[in-house]
Design a protein around this ligand. Structure first.
Ligand code: ADP
Ligand code: ZN
Length: 527
């Protein structure tokens, strides 16, 4: 379709050079492009930043007709198509931000064959004006971007995406390509089934991001830990701080600003003008810290983000991988730094309990949160655990995570575990770490006298550890599945069946010493 003056059709490689300005294809790109050009389907699972867009953009420029790109990223469509237009590529978008006349003009250009790529939101597909448009147009391909949004088991389900399934049934002869940067096994199978791609060729590349250093610390004083981290390691750098709530983003941005950083909030509750403005500033200015909820970041392509910090635990490993993946796209050393606490697990569980959805759905979400906690508490190389979650095996420890670098120390916690577990049992299996630690330490207070917990046999038997250490013990027992958290009783613990072996003395327990503060690890860090 893209013709040189003599009327010869350009090859993919020529388009890559002449339009995109790159000399060589990256891994998989060439194969995928040839598959699509020849009319086949494809499933593409490659990390963010690996160059998935070219895989449908080039075929859409070569095949006759318009390529329809289905994307949930309405806010970015204008930027995306503007960037393509700048390169001389005939791209348009249709979404709710366009006025009626503007949309009509776009449709007109599509109808008269002046468009190679048309970006649309999934909800657009089912409108009658769009269906009419397609009935009058030749479609070269369908690209389903962020395809994991179709999966109810994925971490970013969008109901509008379900419509794509039905919609595509009307176009059996048009090649379709589904692309995502995040999908565990279950999610992958669901995408393939829903988009009828079970027999399509699959292109999956390594998810390792070797330039990202993964680090996790228990949360004590979030703001202090966060500002120490940025001060000592990332002064003047661009970074993203993820918080669990809108409120928290506002407060954190304020507190960081007070300490002299340029920190701005971003969340779905902000006025859309302010939101866009903050996003623009982050993309265009240097050294901006954006403090965001998960609403921020899908499709953000800023190469020099030097750190992604999590003030709380994300709800799944997929989300964690995707969010941390926004660091270091330029390949230079970058940090993925996280604070977590058992409170995060309890918060996530509460949100889940209140949410709609089947029991199965909730169980899967629960498992995802547990996997996330397991990652936080691991004594193995973090990269091995992270990649292992996506069914990818890393043979040797990576040497570029806090576990590999910091020599995580462990201690024999069998006796402490027995004391902690029996304290849970003696107090009726409904109290949290704070109260239980007080009982073990023999601290008398109103709550303890009220429940007569100064008379149970575990009162005061744990003075060998500090309160902080006992809390760490409880957190790690929960992470190891020896204690369960009861949401009904505000996060009280009860014993899991697995705890019996520990109480009977049949199983040894090892705990990790909580990592040293950020200041000390700074010295260890050298990529
Ligand atoms: P993804 O969709 O997988 O997150 P993009 O398609 O946005 O990734 O590409 C990420 C970056 O890599 C873009 O800046 C893109 O121009 C660049 N890129 C893609 N393919 C190549 C290539 N073959 N050579 C060099 N750069 C490339
Ligand atoms: Zn490692």
């Amino acid at each position: 379709h893209v013709r040189e003056p003599l009327g010869t059709v350009m090859s993919p490689k020529e388009i890559l050079r002449n339009y995109f300005g790159y000399d060589n294809f990256r891994k998989h790109q060439k194969d995928i492009i040839h598959k699509i050009i020849s009319g086949r389907d494809a499933f593409v699972l490659m990390p963010t930043g690996s160059g998935k867009s070219l895989c449908y953009q080039i075929p859409a420029m070569i095949r006759p007709g318009v390529g329809i790109v289905i994307s949930p990223l309405i806010a970015l469509m204008q930027d995306q198509t503007d960037a393509l237009k700048q390169m001389g590529i005939r791209a348009e978008f249709l979404n709710s931000s366009l006025a009626y006349e503007q949309a009509k003009a776009v449709e007109q250009r599509v109808l008269s064959g002046q468009t190679d790529l048309l970006y649309v939101a999934p909800e657009r597909l089912v409108t009658s004006s769009f269906q009419y448009l397609l009935s009058q147009t030749r479609v070269s391909l369908f690209a389903i971007d962020e395809a994991h949004c179709i999966s109810q088991w994925g971490h970013d389900f969008r109901p509008e995406y379900l419509q794509i399934s039905f919609f595509l049934q009307n176009y059996p002869g048009v090649p379709r390509i589904a692309l995502t940067a995040t999908a565990d096994n279950v999610t992958r199978r669901e995408i393939l089934a829903k988009l009828n791609l079970v027999h399509a060729p699959r292109f999956i590349s390594s998810f390792d991001r070797p330039n990202i250093c993964y680090r996790v610390e228990p949360r004590q004083n979030a703001i202090k830990q966060l500002s120490d981290f940025i001060k000592t390691e990332h002064r003047g750098n661009s970074g993203i701080v993820y918080c669990l709530s809108r409120n928290q983003t506002e407060q954190t941005a304020q507190q960081l600003s007070r300490q002299g950083f340029t920190a701005i909030p971003y969340h779905a509750g902000l006025d859309s003008k302010i939101r866009m403005n903050h996003q623009r500033r982050f993309l265009r200015e240097d050294g901006i810290i954006i403090v965001a909820t998960i609403a921020f970041g899908m499709g953000i392509d800023k190469p020099d983000v030097r750190f992604v910090a999590h003030a709380g635990m994300p709800h799944s490993m997929e989300a964690y991988y995707q969010e941390t993946g926004r660091a270091g796209r330029d390949g230079l050393p970058s940090d993925a730094w996280m604070l977590y606490s058992l409170a995060d697990v309890i918060t996530l569980r509460r949100i889940l309990e209140k949410s709609e959805g089947s029991e199965q759905f909730k169980r899967i979400r629960q498992k995802k949160a547990e996997a996330m906690l397991g990652y936080c508490e691991t004594t193995r190389c973090r990269r091995q655990v992270l990649l292992g979650y996506f069914d990818e095996k890393l043979e040797k420890p990576c040497g570029n995570c806090d576990v590999c670098r910091g020599k995580i120390e462990t201690w024999d916690g069998t006796i402490a575990a027995q004391k902690a577990l029996s304290c849970v049992y003696r107090t009726g299996q409904r109290f949290g770490a704070e109260h239980l630690s007080n009982v073990l330490l023999g601290i008398s207070n109103e709550k303890i006298s009220y429940f007569k917990h100064d008379r149970v046999s575990t009162f005061g038997i744990g003075t060998e550890l500090s309160k902080k250490e006992w809390k760490s013990v409880f957190r790690q027992l929960a992470a190891a599945g020896l204690l369960c958290v009861d949401v009904e009783s505000k996060g009280g613990f009860y014993l899991s069946p697995a705890s019996k072996a520990v109480l009977r003395g049949e199983q040894e327990v090892r705990f990790r010493k909580d990592p040293v503060p950020a200041k000390d690890t700074a010295r260890l860090r050298k990529f």
